[in-house]
Design a protein around this ligand. Structure first.
Ligand SMILES: CC(C)(COP(=O)(O)OP(=O)(O)OC[C@H]1O[C@@H](n2cnc3c(N)ncnc32)[C@H](O)[C@@H]1OP(=O)(O)O)[C@@H](O)C(=O)NCCC(=O)NCCS
Length: 145
């Protein structure tokens, strides 16, 4: 997926959030710490630093919701990530995503009050969620003998 395709899909999925531009996606993809997991109708962007994986964003096109695409993306990055723990932030009113993340072992670890600014001027809290990762044995992690 090109940066422009990522930006288009992100805009379709996040209709009330700030849009991420193609340039922002291009910059992220240049980082050696960032990995893109893509499906034709969705993608996940992960950043791994010092053994911690952060889910930067996850988007599935609205015409293809509830078809298991996010489940496949989550399963893939969580099993492949060379990290011991994972974290993410999700809007407090985004119950669909929170349900998805709980199914993948994430639990709430804190909140940032009024973190997300909506296009209608309102704000919503960010829920910080964390999970242990099954592997932590990818190429960036030392293997035990
Ligand atoms: C959240 C999102 C990524 C889910 O993608 P998806 O491909 O539809 O998800 P899946 O089909 O894999 O669903 C997996 C589980 O997530 C939960 N879920 C997904 N959509 C849901 C909804 N609308 N309401 C409640 N739970 C939902 C369910 O537990 C579901 O399991 P089930 O279908 O067996 O009930 C998608 O709705 C999306 O892109 N939303 C907009 C962007 C977004 O919110 N991204 C995450 C921000 S942090």
């Amino acid at each position: 997926m090109t940066p422009a395709e990522l930006a288009n899909l992100h805009r379709s999925a996040f209709q009330s959030e700030r849009n991420w531009s193609a340039d922002e996606f291009a910059d992220l993809l240049l980082s050696p710490h960032v990995t893109l997991i893509a499906h034709s109708q969705g993608f996940a962007l992960i950043r791994i630093v010092a053994g911690e994986a952060e889910l930067l964003t996850l988007a599935v096109h609205p015409d293809h919701h509830r078809q298991g695409i996010a489940t496949r993306l989550m399963t893939q990055w969580m099993s492949d990530a060379a990290a011991q723990t994972a974290f993410l932030e999700v809007a407090a009113d985004n119950l669909a995503a929170q349900n998805l993340y709980r199914k993948h072992g994430f639990a709430e670890a804190g909140r940032r009050r009024g973190y997300y600014k909506r296009s209608d001027g309102t704000t919503v809290d960010a829920v910080l969620m964390t999970a242990a990762l099954p592997c932590g044995q990818g190429p960036e992690s030392p293997r035990t003998p």
